[in-house]
Design a binder for this molecule. Structure first.
Ligand code: SAM
Ligand code: SF4
Ligand code: SF4
Length: 340
């Protein structure tokens, strides 16, 4: 058994979370993430041989716990379109030092998979659902799907005990902001935790513009007018959502203010792309390839060194510098590629 080490980065941040993107494919074409006009029929996704195998992902996770990782989130693309995904969960759940395994999904296929995921050892699930208004949802997911399958998936996940269930809502001005209160109402009835995310300038494909962002402060005021709420203390370092509890005791909500109140100071996340590159920031420009090392027989010890050295050199704080950076010139990794 190797001795555990706890490297910190250039801003004294430890490594705690590993976000694993298991595929670059998705059954949705959300306008802010994989616009349908770009990701059309002819778009070339990664071929199977370029994807990390479950064994390769497992190996990276297993050595990462030696340098501090305690939480894993499976994301994508859409993780439920990766074949046999419960098998990967089962392998990861076998790593003793991992306290928590979660998944972020659009839930379109969740009704079918919820029980298997739970049985495999998944602890929690976060579902992305931007609106309950079918017209709005159909436009935002870019595929014309209504909300029925997503809602059924969420209710099934609740039934099998994949809780607490968080609902991620990307808020875009004049797109879905008028449907937020309806969504809160539904979450309150079903004991779900909505989290409102400021629309971010991830990647270069979504034509992001600051004028489309609704700042959390404004949103909280809007929610408070109808459902009075008070702030709750953060549970741990690195918690990205600021949480509020409704004063009538019926549930809570969160806001993720990555644009207006960046939280880089507490960011303890490492991201693994489907083809095996590690990124130390969601807004990273270049990842470090681990796949070649894995496929040319790297030892566990050397793999740990590579990841550890990458973490030690990390000096990312993109969100804190956003306004001073000339965004248009940065070639950033896309969200569908490394997940949220
Ligand atoms: N397909 C899964 C899903 O949608 O839940 C997982 C991957 S998706 C890239 C992860 C999260 O990123 C989702 O909650 C999505 O809403 C969020 N996201 C994608 N693009 C975003 C953007 N430009 N700004 C804010 N959040 C974004
Ligand atoms: Fe797919 Fe998730 Fe991106 Fe939507 S946000 S296109 S569901 S990866
Ligand atoms: Fe972490 Fe990068 Fe986001 Fe800052 S901008 S919170 S460093 S992922």
């Amino acid at each position: 058994m190797m001795k555990k080490i706890n490297p910190v980065d250039q801003f004294n941040r430890p490594l705690r979370d590993l976000r694993i993107s298991v595929t670059d494919r998705c059954n949705f074409r959300c306008t802010y993430c994989m616009p349908a006009e770009i990701f059309g029929e002819r778009y070339e996704f990664l071929p199977k041989e370029k994807l990390l195998s479950f064994e390769e992902i497992y190996r990276i996770a297993k050595v990462s716990v030696q340098i501090g990782v305690k939480k894993i989130r499976i994301t994508g693309g859409e993780p439920l379109v990766r074949q046999d995904i419960p098998d990967l969960i089962e392998m990861l759940a076998g790593i003793d030092e991992i306290d928590d395994i979660a998944m972020t999904t659009n839930a379109y296929l969740l009704e079918k998979f919820a029980q298997d995921l739970k049985d495999a050892g998944l602890n929690r699930i976060t579902v992305s659902l931007d609106s309950l208004d079918d017209d709005v949802f159909q436009k935002m997911n870019g595929r014309g799907f209504d909300t029925s399958k997503v809602k059924n998936g969420i209710l099934e996940a609740k039934k099998v005990g994949l809780s607490p269930i968080k609902i991620n809502v990307v808020v875009q001005k004049n797109v879905n902001d008028h449907t937020i209160l309806e969504l809160i109402e539904w979450c309150r009835e079903n004991n779900l935790i909505p989290r409102f995310i400021e629309y971010m300038d991830v990647g270069n494909l979504n034509q992001w513009d600051l004028s489309e962002v609704i700042f959390s402060k404004q949103l909280i005021d809007q929610i408070n007018d109808v459902f009075p709420a008070e702030p709750i203390e953060s549970a741990y370092r690195g918690e990205v959502a600021k949480k509020y509890r409704f004063l009538d005791g019926k549930g809570q909500f969160g806001v993720i203010s990555s644009v207006s109140q960046p939280f880089c100071g507490d960011c303890t996340r490492l991201r693994l792309s489907p083809e095996g590159e590690i990124f130390t920031c969601l807004f990273g420009q270049k990842g470090l390839d681990l796949r070649s090392s894995l496929r040319s027989g790297v030892s566990d010890e050397d793999l740990i060194h590579i990841i550890q050295n990458t973490w030690k050199a990390r000096d990312d704080n993109y969100s804190e510098q956003r306004s001073s950076l000339s965004n248009k010139n940065l070639k950033k990794v896309e969200m569908y590629h490394i997940g949220g």
